[in-house]
Design a protein around this ligand. Structure first.
Ligand SMILES: O=c1ccn([C@@H]2O[C@H](COP(=O)(O)OP(=O)(O)O[C@H]3O[C@H](CO)[C@@H](O)[C@H](O)[C@H]3O)[C@@H](O)[C@H]2O)c(=O)[nH]1
Ligand SMILES: [Mn+2]
Length: 750
């Protein structure tokens, strides 16, 4: 046994990416040379453009340095689940959490598919329990889950019998029958397949049709939903399916939770929901590991639990690794990534890069956590043994005696004897800990568990774990663990990006800020830089990008320059050429098209200047206590049955009234105005005696480039319907543009 224990269940390989290191360093050297050039040529420029350019370029150099260190020492992990199975006598229980929050934006059929893919995991079902948190308090979602649990009785055995890989029925049945029967054409399979398909079609139409009827429920199981409003209702906990005898070939428990909500009581969005899930499951199954997924993240590899446990139960992993993160990949993606949100390349290099440091950020979904780490244990606690007084338990975890018992059990590493509980008996206590007053004065969301105060509660929570000295690991089995849905259209993806930027900036301005966590806690320096990279990439850099874009227009309008007009121009030109070739080659190497590369290049100008910049402003408003930030849920749709790649309009940029499009529209109008001023010769003359230059080709080139990047917006000025930028946004932008031009003309450098 001792020998077996020493075989690692997973291994981690660091690899050198020499070509990447050389190019990254070269680009950094070019950026530093540009700064050097700026310093020595200060006298050739007007002070204001010089200063803004120097400031922005210093920041871009710093940003590039962050990219370089984050991706410098990539690593990958490889898991060996068969070794785990050979060595571990009994597999541990695992709790599965699914969150959903709005039946309109997140249609119940999507949640149902996610839940079905979890119920059908290749793992002893009596060790699994699936908890669904419904922040929408929707009888429709509840009804859908009830129906799904009936369907699961047929679906799960079918998947296991035929070793189905993707166990979310809507994905499974999206394959054409010819292909499916091509692989297995026994009459028995054919018949069962057709039967299952029939049942699934039945289920989905039932969920869609009947759910409109039960919107106004009153009797039977739905009575609990009468007189409830989405933001004003008591806790509702319903055991939809209980595996009473703990039968090894039964189905996992399925439990519906809608935590208590009252108007004016903060509920902390998803973080609040996760904490309720943690407590309620703590009372019922109290598994030492918990997997959490968003309602649209379906399991793509039924063996994920084994893979994750290979890391978490590994001899070394057991002491060092707090959580195992599976990457976010997307299904039914649009061709060539028109909205630049599939993040294939980013995920590839960033994932490997931070994988080689203290470990991946917690991404909010597709992640296995250790319960005791969520309860606040640090690696030393585990080494030195952890004793916690009853007083401290009460202060941190709240007054429920049962919770205190279950927490103590977890912290002392005792397994929970789930044989002696009867779930229905616990429901009353569970409702109490799902109440909105339960957390008052406790450590939930402050000292431990899912941390409040940021709309990217995921990254923040991961940071508080890393800063205790824990590591984390990526897990990338083949086939990959999960796939999800990437939002399409302009407004949806922009709102999502804005939320991420907002949350990351909130994290930067809170007491867990990575810099503080490194100085005073155990976050490693390079991990801190990796956190800074992500904060900067989504949030901070946008401010400098907007300044730089304005500087371009400023120089054209005032006939001044900030780009070198001597040999110095070679530096930014070389940077641009190398950078473009280098990034394009990354796309090609990954088998992506040049079009996908261009779409991402373009979106990496558009997204920060719109979403990032708005996020920056909203975080400023929060800091000045003028307004609070909110978690806007991303709308999810089931992909249409036909091949999404063929739908031309799906990739067209759409707009709505949201203020998020205001900065971009303004920047576009400002550039266009500058061009018009240039073309019509309205630029002021250069004061020749000053020895300064007028606006040169460099500025014009960059401005034209920016306009090309903003092509979807340019079209949006003239399109119709949802493809058009709303008139009100255009008007506001026009006013801002006039103001800008006016300011420029008043400050012509002399
Ligand atoms: O009040 C809320 C708001 C959201 N959610 C759930 O949170 C999840 C994520 O929301 P979504 O709108 O899908 O956001 P995404 O931007 O797609 O999610 C990413 O970013 C979030 C942080 O901004 C993380 O929480 C997610 O896990 C991560 O996948 C969904 O399951 C929601 O149902 C709640 O449970 N309660
Ligand atoms: Mn999502």
């Amino acid at each position: 046994m001792a020998y077996q224990n020493s075989i690692p269940f997973y291994e981690k390989y660091w690899y050198k990416h020499n070509y990447k290191r050389v190019t990254d360093s070269l680009l950094l050297i070019l950026l530093l040379s540009l700064l050097g050039y700026r310093v020595i040529s200060i006298n050739n420029y007007s002070l204001f453009p010089w200063f803004v350019a120097f400031l922005c370029e210093s920041w871009f150099t710093f940003s590039w340095f962050l990219t370089l260190t984050t991706q410098w020492s990539p690593a990958v992990t490889k898991t060996y689940p068969h070794r785990l199975l050979q060595s571990v006598e009994e597999l541990p229980p695992v709790d599965l959490f699914v969150t959903t929050a709005d039946p309109e934006l997140e249609p119940p059929i999507i949640t149902v598919n996610t839940v079905l893919s979890l119920l059908a995991l290749d793992y002893p079902p009596h060790k699994l329990a699936c908890y669904v948190s419904d922040d929408g308090c929707s009888p429709r979602t509840f009804y859908a889950l009830q129906e799904a649990s009936q369907f699961a009785k047929f679906w799960v055995p079918f998947c296991k019998k035929y070793h189905v890989q993707v166990r979310a029925p809507f994905r499974y049945f999206s394959d054409k029958p010819e292909e499916v029967f091509g692989a297995n054409n026994t009459p028995e399979f054919k018949q069962e397949w057709l039967q299952m398909k029939d049942m699934y079609d039945n289920l989905s139409s039932k969920i869609e049709l009947d759910s409109s009827i039960i919107s106004n429920p009153c009797n039977g199981d739905f009575a609990v939903f009468s007189n409830t409003e989405r933001t004003n209702h008591p806790s509702i906990i319903q055991v939809i399916w209980e595996n009473k005898e703990h039968i090894a070939d039964g189905l996992p428990h399925l439990i519906y939770i809608s935590r208590e909500k009252r108007p004016k009581q903060p509920h902390h969005y998803k973080a609040g929901a996760m904490n309720v899930l943690t407590r309620v499951s703590g009372l019922i199954t109290n598994a030492p590991f918990m997997l959490n997924v968003d309602c649209d993240m379906i399991v793509n590899n039924p063996k994920i639990v084994h893979h994750a446990l290979s890391i978490l139960l590994d001899h070394k992993g057991e002491k060092e690794v707090a959580f195992v993160q599976f990457p976010q990949k997307f299904y039914a993606t649009l061709k060539d990534d028109p909205f630049g949100n599939q993040m294939t390349i980013l995920a590839k290099y960033l994932a490997a890069g931070i994988g080689g440091l203290q470990g991946p950020f917690y991404g909010g979904t597709n992640c296995f956590h250790r319960r005791k780490v969520i309860y606040g244990l640090s690696p030393e606690n585990i080494e030195k043994g952890n004793s916690i007084s009853e007083e401290e338990l009460k202060q941190k975890f709240g007054t429920s005696k049962e919770i205190m018992k279950s927490v103590a059990c977890t912290l002392e590493g005792r397994t929970y004897s789930y044989n002696d509980i009867n779930i229905s008996n616990v429901v009353d206590v569970a409702s109490q800990v799902a109440g909105c007053a339960y957390e008052y004065g406790t450590g939930w969301g402050k000292q431990m568990a899912w941390i409040y105060g940021s709309v990217t509660e995921d990254v923040l929570t991961g940071l508080t774990i890393h800063k205790k000295g824990w590591r984390s690991e990526f897990c990338m089995p083949s086939p990959i663990g999960f796939t999800g849905f990437a939002p399409g259209g302009g407004p949806n993806s922009m709102a999502q990006q804005k939320r991420w930027a907002t949350g990351l900036l909130e994290m930067f301005f809170c007491k867990h800020c990575p810099i503080i966590s490194t100085l005073f806690h155990k976050l490693t320096l390079r991990q801190c830089l990796a956190y800074m990279w992500i904060i900067n990439h989504w949030g901070l850099m946008s401010v400098f990008e907007v300044c730089y874009a304005c500087l371009l227009a400023y120089c054209i309008i005032t006939n001044s320059n900030f780009l070198p007009q001597d040999l110095g121009i070679c530096i930014p030109a070389a940077f641009l050429v190398i950078y473009k070739i280098y990034t394009a080659s990354e796309y090609l190497a990954e088998g992506l098209s040049i079009r996908a590369w261009w779409n991402n290049q373009r979106m990496s100008r558009i997204t920060p200047m719109n979403a990032g910049f708005c996020a920056f402003l909203s975080v400023l408003l929060k800091l000045f206590r003028i307004s609070e930030t909110v978690f806007d849920i991303t709308k999810k749709d089931l992909p249409s049955a036909k091949d999404v790649g063929d739908d031309k309009d799906a990739g067209r940029y759409t707009f709505d009234e949201s203020v998020v499009f205001l900065p971009g529209t303004t920047i576009l109008l400002v550039q266009l105005t500058a061009m018009v001023i240039k073309l019509l010769g309205f630029q002021p003359p250069v004061a020749t005696q000053s020895g300064k230059h007028g606006c040169g080709l460099g500025e014009i080139f960059c401005s034209v480039y920016l306009i090309i990047c903003y092509w979807p917006f340019l079209r949006g000025l003239f399109e119709t319907g949802k493809y058009r930028i709303p008139l009100s946004t255009i008007l506001k932008s026009a006013i801002l543009t006039c103001l800008f031009v006016h300011l420029c003309q008043r400050t012509v450098p002399g």
